[in-house]
Design a protein around this ligand. Structure first.
Ligand code: ADQ
Length: 497
């Protein structure tokens, strides 16, 4: 990135959702880790954000100009997708195959996934949109599993561009990745970047293992050589806007909200998740039920607040999951509740930032128990919100955040009995221990926030792009790239199994 270059953020969904009817246009913040994490970065800076605004067919014709203006004012470039195309790409491949598989939930993959062509075409569409917007000196930052082919497709169009790719979800062990029918095409796509970033060193080494076993590219330490094109593989654990959460914790509105919901006679356990089967909500509730069954004295003295923001509700497996969750909450409340006490307060909705921070402040015990999670920002948001230095975090060992947050109470979400025991430990932990752990956690989360994450990644992409050109140009790389199509070069180097 030169001094006048911009960052072009590219993600499937935009950080805002736009709704329009005949009378008005409303713009709301979209929920989700990537959107929440990068929204402030985008608003404060000089970036451009390219993404899919969702189904635009419901926007009345009379409102389209106003919607376009809203996007333009927010430096957003929409990539519109047709209904059938979006369904095949987003529901079929992204959330039907890649999401469950990269989270090791292979039994959720359809028997005959057949929408790959749509995925490829949508990735082509994104690459074309980026190329249209690109100006020399920009850094292109492509995000996540929806756009795995875009780096390669873009490299073919813009051989010299600085391109970074960041994967927000786990990269699975090479043996699991091999299951993907389009595994080589995916690797070739991602390897069009100058830098590929992951949340943890495990995901980074899974990726290089996959490259090693499925291609003939040379790998030294953290660099893959795609012919002469060096691709750096790096570890960049994403943080949150820690200072902003800490500030908000003392905001009068948050304090008022907190006082409205606080009770003195009950300890609060809290879960905040997108409603997603990877987040471990069902097993968490089963562990809570076990806790109540094994510890009758806790009845009426604890309550679990579970907030689940609706997510991907057009996808069939998410609709089934929602039903299962509704039934489990109903059963536990029915079996264990009394006339005065409901063990689980379940909200199937998005809450405002004020309510979210009030809930984080309220929680005696925060439950973050995903079956697998790239990072999990909720854990970090909770810590950043605890300016009072109190509160216990229970954290799944399968969340990417677990590596960075060793002072949390660690659980295996697949072991319900152990999880119930750890919940009891968390509820009964002595104050000095709670404060000692929270102080250490707060230090870590404050030191590695979302701004330093973005700055480090972008600096490395800029450096790698310049470094790639300088030494390799002498060996003819730059000249060759100008004439060649890298996407066409890559497959020739793939080893046949
Ligand atoms: P997500 O799977 O979306 O992100 P996560 O990191 O937990 O998961 O982020 C969820 C975000 O949604 C948080 O910012 C949280 O505050 C917000 N949220 C959740 N429930 C909410 C509710 N009911 N109301 C309002 N807001 C709510 C993906 C990966 C993660 C990775 C991130 C970032 O799956 O592993 O941490 O990207 O890389």
């Amino acid at each position: 990135m030169t001094s006048d270059g911009r960052v072009i953020i590219v993600s499937n969904r935009l950080p805002f959702t736009v709704r329009a009817d005949d009378d008005s246009v409303t713009v709301t913040a979209a929920a989700g880790g990537l959107a929440n994490g990068l929204r402030a970065f985008h608003e404060d800076g000089d970036s451009l954000w390219i993404g899919w605004p969702g189904d635009a067919s419901s926007i009345p014709r009379s409102r389209r100009t106003a919607v376009t203006r809203h996007f333009h004012d927010r430096r957003i470039v929409p990539v519109h997708l047709g209904h059938a195309e979006a369904k095949a790409y987003y529901e079929g491949v992204c959330n039907g195959v890649i999401w469950p598989l990269f989270h090791y939930l292979t039994d959720r993959i359809p028997i005959d996934p057949c929408e790959w062509t749509a995925y490829r075409e949508v990735n082509e569409r994104f690459a074309a949109a980026i190329a249209r917007e690109y100006r020399e000196g920009d850094v292109v930052w492509i995000h996540d599993y929806h756009l795995l082919l875009v780096p390669g497709l873009l490299r073919a169009r813009l051989p010299k561009a600085a391109i970074g790719f960041f994967l927000h979800i786990p990269f699975p062990a090479a043996d699991v990745f091999r299951i993907v029918p389009w595994r080589r095409e995916i690797l070739a796509g991602v390897l069009g970047a100058n830098v590929i970033g992951f949340h943890t060193s495990d995901y980074a080494s899974h990726f290089t293992d996959a490259v090693r076993s499925l291609t003939a590219f040379e790998i030294t330490e953290n660099t893959v050589y795609v012919n002469d094109h060096p691709v750096e593989v790096g570890v960049y654990p994403m943080g949150v806007d820690a200072a902003s959460f800490t500030r908000m914790a003392d905001d009068p509105q948050v304090v008022a909200e907190y006082k409205g919901i606080a009770t003195s006679h009950q300890q609060i356990l809290l879960g905040v998740d997108r409603l997603d089967y990877t987040k471990g909500i069902l097993r968490r509730l089963l562990a809570y039920e076990r806790l109540l069954r094994d510890n009758p004295a806790l009845r009426e003295r604890v309550r679990l607040i579970q907030v689940a923001v609706p997510s991907r509700d057009c996808v069939a497996s998410y609709q089934r999951f929602r039903q299962e969750l509704d039934e489990l909450v109903g059963r536990i409340n029915g079996d264990h509740g009394t006339l005065d006490w409901t063990p689980i307060r379940y909200l199937h909705q998005s809450v405002s930032p004020t309510q979210l921070v009030a809930l984080y402040r309220l929680a005696d015990v925060m439950l973050v128990t995903p079956l697998r999670d790239g990072m999990n920002l909720v854990a970090k948001e909770f810590i950043a919100s605890r300016a009072d230095g109190d509160g216990v975090l229970v954290l799944s060992e399968f969340a990417g955040a677990a590596r960075e947050l060793p002072e949390a109470v660690s659980v295996n979400p697949y072991d319900i009995e152990e999880m119930a025991a750890r919940l009891k430990d968390a509820l009964t932990m002595e104050m000095p221990d709670r404060r000692r752990r929270m102080a250490a956690l707060r230090q870590r989360v404050a030191a590695a926030d979302v701004y330093s994450w973005a700055a480090t990644f972008l600096r490395d992409v800029g450096d790698a792009a310049v470094g790639n050109r300088r030494p390799t140009a002498a060996r003819g790389y730059e000249g060759r790239l100008a004439n060649d199509n890298l996407a066409a070069v890559i497959p020739s180097a793939l080893r046949l199994m």
